[in-house]
Design a protein around this ligand. Structure first.
Ligand code: ATP
Length: 351
């Protein structure tokens, strides 16, 4: 027992010694890095900014932050960020740096302007926090202007290859689940049929997991073909056999066109039930990040600085099977991330 304890202490000591050595011995000549948040905001972006700034400070990098994503980068709208500037933000949703969509960055001329801003400000590497569109833009500016870029995956859609989860996904899941619980009460009180549409663009991650967590009778996903006739049959079975209210979770990217369009196709057959459509929309984007998102963002923010320090470029940091993984940026958006089909089967069994 004593030997076991001693071994544990030695392991902890050697690990922290290794980490301090890693952080204090700067071998990479990088001095100044840029950071921005882009695309749709997601809860946990602030925790990632904080982790980047604090780790950068520990290794001696200066951080310059751009406001409003690529728009601010092109305009040179920047501010230096130090450790104290990121106090008290880990618990806040949204992003203190603001986010934006920027058409100009899609053009070579726009990216040329952005690269010039980076050069003028002496910025040698860029950390971008966002989703697949953000990474496509980052990959292009990196390639065209030989700039080191590291991506931190932050989108509620969870649709990036290279990380089991993206920052904001867990919070969005919980927000959607809470809403479904509330809707269930009403559905039950009135024996209503509810079609609830959740976000996720053309990916069904939010729909699948909130559907299971909320006990949905049916879950319609873009990843599996939705046959309206089968939907009607399944609903008939549920409503007839179990004589109760029913709740269908529809992913916004489902090929039926979403909950509203589906309701038009179902209305005539289910006229004796009061059918209601609820589109959750942007409530799923905001809110305080969950503990899991804060921890994920903290790990990925630290990993992004480590990746730059180790000389990585044009990569995304992610966590796969609880281990840090570095994936080339272009592989993160070029391929569709698979949903877990075991969960799809589970949902069918439990309906
Ligand atoms: P989310 O998944 O949350 O919507 P995102 O990063 O995918 O986040 P987008 O709006 O797709 O959000 O992209 C953000 C920005 O990235 C765009 O406004 C644009 O400036 C840039 N961008 C997107 N796609 C490209 C592209 N193909 N080439 C250059 N820049 C791009």
């Amino acid at each position: 027992m004593r030997i076991k304890k001693l071994r544990k202490v030695l392991r902890v000591l050697s690990l922290s010694a290794y980490q301090n050595f890693e952080l204090q011995n700067i071998t990479n000549p990088l001095k100044t890095i840029g950071i921005l948040t882009s695309g749709g905001d997601s809860p946990g972006m602030n925790a990632a900014i904080r982790a980047v700034v604090r780790t950068a400070s520990a290794v001696g990098f200066k951080v310059i932050a751009f406001r409003h994503g690529y728009k601010g980068l092109i305009a040179g709208d920047s501010t230096p960020l130090g450790s104290s500037d990121v106090s008290n933000i880990i618990q806040r949703g949204g992003t203190i740096l603001k986010s934006a969509r920027c058409e100009e960055f899609r053009t070579p001329e726009g990216r040329e302007k952005a690269a010039q801003v980076l050069e003028d400000k002496g910025i040698e590497a860029l950390i971008v926090i966002g989703g697949d569109g953000t990474f496509q833009g980052a990959s292009l500016i990196g390639k065209e202007h030989d700039i080191s870029v590291v991506g931190i995956p932050a989108t509620i859609d969870n649709d990036l290859v290279g990380s089991d989860e993206t920052i904001g996904y867990d919070t969005a899941l919980n927000t959607a689940m809470d809403a479904i619980d509330n809707i269930r009460d009403t559905a039950d009180a009135h024996d209503r049929l509810f079609l609830v549409e959740v976000m996720g663009r053309d990916a069904g991650f939010i729909a699948l997991e909130t559907g299971i967590a909320g006990g949905a009778e049916l879950i319609l996903l873009p990843e599996s073909l939705t046959n309206v006739k089968e939907v009607k049959n399944s609903l008939n079975d549920v409503l007839y056999d179990k004589r109760r209210s029913s709740l269908v979770v529809v992913a916004e990217g489902d090929e039926t066109g979403g909950a509203l369009k589906l309701s038009e196709k179902l209305r005539a057959d289910f006229s004796k039930y009061e059918m209601r459509v609820c589109i959750l929309g942007h409530v799923q984007r905001g809110g305080r990040p969950s503990a899991r998102d804060r921890v994920l963002a903290s790990r990925l923010g630290e990993a992004a600085i480590r990746a730059l320090k180790d000389g990585h470029s044009q990569v995304m940091v992610g966590i796969v099977n609880n281990s840090m993984k570095i994936t080339p940026l272009k592989m993160t958006f070029g391929k569709k991330k698979d949903i877990n089909f075991e969960l799809v089967e589970l949902a069918k069994t439990l309906r």
